[in-house]
Structure formats: structure tokens, C-alpha cells
Ligand binder design. Structure first.
Ligand code: ATP
Ligand code: MG
Length: 381
């Protein structure tokens, strides 16, 4: 059997980027031989094994054939007579379809090296159009490698458009899509991910609400995303920034954000922050003018007593949004001050006065309201 490094490890070494995980392909071996050598099989459908010591993934060289709609509609054929070239041709991009042997020699039947040098993301073969996940993958690689000058080849973008128009994107599970979306949003240029999906018509299918938002205010949204990456913010900040104005679109409201989040099986922290931002960015912008009772309601909704970080995350989204508009977010100091005022109200002091149960709850609310009234008076003086 011959063993080769493949995919990302070869690509990133040639690019001079750090290599994190290594995928291997094994040519000329059977499942039985792999097991006899101590490899541990993983998964029933795929001829993939874990190395007994390194734990890295070793896959038998395989061919594949489309058998149905959507992701998973593939029949694999792995056997000792499948060649390295046959295995590489089923891969998504030429830069991902290179292998490296034990001597460090690069095997590059589909021009991956030339495309690396030319900074082009190009599909390997027309079979690219058989797997809709590749639309998301290519947009994700575009986001990652944009700082190096990479661009999607025109004919690859055309295939992505064909996939988007075919309705196959809808066959992707929410889990698969979110995995790509969340990884892509954490890349160096998340704005390039979104604009690439938009250019091939995939955004309209995957995130129609965001597509609609881009029609209204595209440059701003993309600018905000890029700033999120420049400031190395975490995923909930990026997601909430992307959805910030979705509820303000004609015919939309805060339920639009909930529906989108549920449909996409978005994790809870991203769901919560995007909802808070969607619902409260308007009232918070007018914070200094709000009656204390309304301000108290908002702070309660943020649960600033138990989860003060959520307000900080909200403020970061608003700060970045304001910066993209060439201004700043002066409400930050006011909202932090108001939060401190209500957090400083001590339940223990009221309990010592004999309040308990529902009466304690009411007394707490009244004390917090009073604290906010005092804070507002002092702040505006
Ligand atoms: P990353 O740095 O994100 O891990 P990678 O290129 O290593 O990038 P993996 O998802 O680890 O990506 O996949 C390893 C290799 O398998 C890819 O380089 C590519 O050759 C191939 N591959 C993975 N997913 C697909 C797919 N959906 N269609 C075609 N080829 C794929
Ligand atoms: Mg990898």
C-alpha cells in the first residue's frame, strides 16, 4: 500500500500556512489489510480509519457516484485498484486535490499548484455540481484566503449558481449548513463569504432574510462583518451583527429572527444575542430619553443581574455598527451606568427589612426603579 498526505495539509504547506490537521489517503489496500495493521475503522459507510497512535484519519482511495438528491446521495466505491488520480478527481477544488508522498513529492494531476500561484479557487471537474455543500465550502475558502488575493474562478461560480438554482441547497441539513456558515463567519473575511454566496444566488436560498437585507443595505452589512473580523470578535457577535436589521425589513419583525434561528438550528448563544440585538437596538439607541421604567424592562430582558456579559456583547455589536457608519455609540456609558445602578440594589438589605416571597420581588423592582431614576437625574445633570 502507498500512503499520501492529501487536501488541506498539502495546500496549506505550499501556502506557508500552519497545518493543523492532516488527512491521509491509502492506495492499494483493503479494509482487512488496514485492520490487520492496527487501524481502527470509523463509520459504517466510509472506508475511513484512525491511526492506532496519531489518531489521524486515513481513508482508502475511493471513487464516488451521485445516486440521489442532496448531501449524502452518493455511492462510494473503495478498493485496492482505485488510483490516487481517481481519488483526487472527486475533490472540490484543484488546490484541495493535491497529494504528497513520503518523500515530500507533490502529486498534482489537476493543476492545483498553478491555481495556488494564480490565487484561483477552481473546481476539479464538472462532478463538482453533484454536492451542494461545495457551494458553502468554496465561499468559506474564499473568505479564508481573500487576504492572500484568492478569487473564485468564473466557471466555478457558474457551477455554484447552477447548484443554487437547482434547489439542491435546500436538501442540505441545517446542521451541515450551520457548520459551514459558523466556520466561515470566523474566517478573516466573513464579508467575502456572504458576498460570494450572494453572487451565485445561494444566499437567497440559504438565508433569504439576509439576502433581502443586503438588497437594502448591502455595503453596510458587509462592512460591519469585516470589522467584526478585524476586531476578532466571537461568533455570537458576528451572527447578531449580520442579523441586526433583519427585523426592520418591510413585512418582518422579531419573529423573523426567531424563525430563521430555529430553521437553521443555530446554537443558543447566537440565537439569544441576535434576538436581543434585533429587538433592542432601536430602544437602546434612545436610552437616555427612555423613562426609567422602560429602561428597567430592557435591563431585565437582558438579565443583567445574572448575565452581565450579554449586555456587553450587545454593546459591542452596537459599537461596531456605529463605527461602520462613521460614528460611535455614546449610549455605552449610559447603559453601563444604568446596569451598575440596578445591580447595586442588594436583595439582602430588603430581606433584612423582613421582605420575602412576592413582596420581596416587588420591593426589589421598586428599589431598582428608584435607583434608575436617581441614576438618570444625576447623569443628565
Ligand atoms: P480545512 O483547513 O478547513 O480543514 P480541508 O481542505 O482540509 O480544509 P476538510 O473538510 O478537512 O478540508 O477535507 C479534506 C479534503 O477532503 C479537502 O481538502 C477536499 O479535498 C476533500 N473534501 C472535503 N469535503 C469535500 C466535499 N464536500 N466535496 C469534495 N471534496 C471534499
Ligand atoms: Mg482538513
Amino acid at each position: 500500500m502507498q500512503i499520501y498526505k492529501v487536501g488541506g495539509a498539502v495546500r496549506d504547506r505550499l501556502l506557508g500556512r500552519p497545518v493543523t490537521d492532516i488527512d491521509w489517503v491509502v492506495v492499494g489496500a483493503s479494509t482487512e489489510e488496514m485492520i490487520a495493521q492496527g487501524f481502527k475503522p470509523v463509520g459504517a459507510d466510509f472506508p475511513v480509519f484512525l491511526h492506532p497512535r496519531s489518531g489521524e484519519e486515513y481513508a482508502l482511495a475511493r471513487t464516488e457516484r451521485k445516486s440521489g438528491r442532496g448531501y449524502g446521495g452518493f455511492v462510494f466505491h473503495a478498493s485496492p485498484d482505485v488510483t490516487l488520480e481517481q481519488d483526487l478527481i472527486r475533490r472540490d477544488l484543484t488546490i484541495n486535490a493535491m497529494a504528497e508522498d513520503a518523500e515530500g513529492e507533490v502529486i498534482d494531476p489537476y493543476g492545483g499548484r498553478a491555481d495556488l500561484e494564480a490565487r484561483v479557487l477552481r473546481h476539479v471537474s464538472p462532478a463538482f455540481a453533484e454536492d451542494p455543500l461545495r457551494v458553502l465550502r468554496v465561499a468559506r475558502f474564499a473568505a479564508r484566503y481573500a487576504p492572500l488575493g484568492f478569487q473564485v474562478a468564473d466557471d466555478t461560480l457558474a457551477l455554484m449558481r447552477t447548484l443554487a438554482e437547482s434547489g439542491e441547497l435546500e436538501a442540505l441539513t441545517a446542521e451541515r449548513s450551520w457548520k459551514e456558515i459558523s466556520r466561515a463567519l470566523m474566517e478573516a473575511r466573513p464579508d467575502v463569504f456572504i458576498s460570494t454566496l450572494r453572487r451565485c444566488g445561494a444566499l437567497e436560498k440559504l438565508l433569504p432574510e439576509v439576502d433581502a437585507l443586503l438588497h437594502v443595505n448591502g455595503d453596510h452589512v458587509l462592512n460591519v462583518l469585516q470589522r467584526c473580523a478585524d476586531e476578532q470578535t466571537d461568533l455570537p457577535i458576528r451572527w447578531a451583527s449580520l442579523l441586526r436589521n433583519v427585523a426592520d425589513l418591510p413585512g418582518c419583525n422579531i419573529d423573523t429572527i426567531d424563525t430563521l434561528n430555529r430553521r437553521g438550528k443555530v446554537p443558543r448563544d447566537c440565537q439569544e444575542l441576535s434576538r436581543l440585538v434585533g429587538e433592542f437596538h432601536g430602544p437602546a439607541a434612545a436610552a437616555t430619553a427612555l423613562p426609567p421604567a422602560d429602561l428597567l424592562d430592557i435591563l431585565q430582558r437582558f438579565d443583567v443581574y445574572r448575565r452581565p456579559q450579554r449586555l456587553e456583547d450587545f454593546l459591542q455589536v452596537e459599537h461596531i455598527n456605529a463605527q461602520a457608519l462613521g460614528s460611535n455609540y455614546p449610549q455605552t456609558a449610559y447603559l453601563r451606568g444604568a446596569t451598575k445602578a440596578v445591580r447595586d440594589v442588594q436583595p439582602a438589605a430588603l430581606m433584612a427589612k423582613g421582605f420575602k416571597g412576592a413582596a420581596l420581588g416587588e420591593a426589589l423592582s421598586a428599589a431598582r426603579l428608584e435607583a434608575l431614576e436617581t441614576f438618570k437625574r444625576e447623569y443628565t445633570q
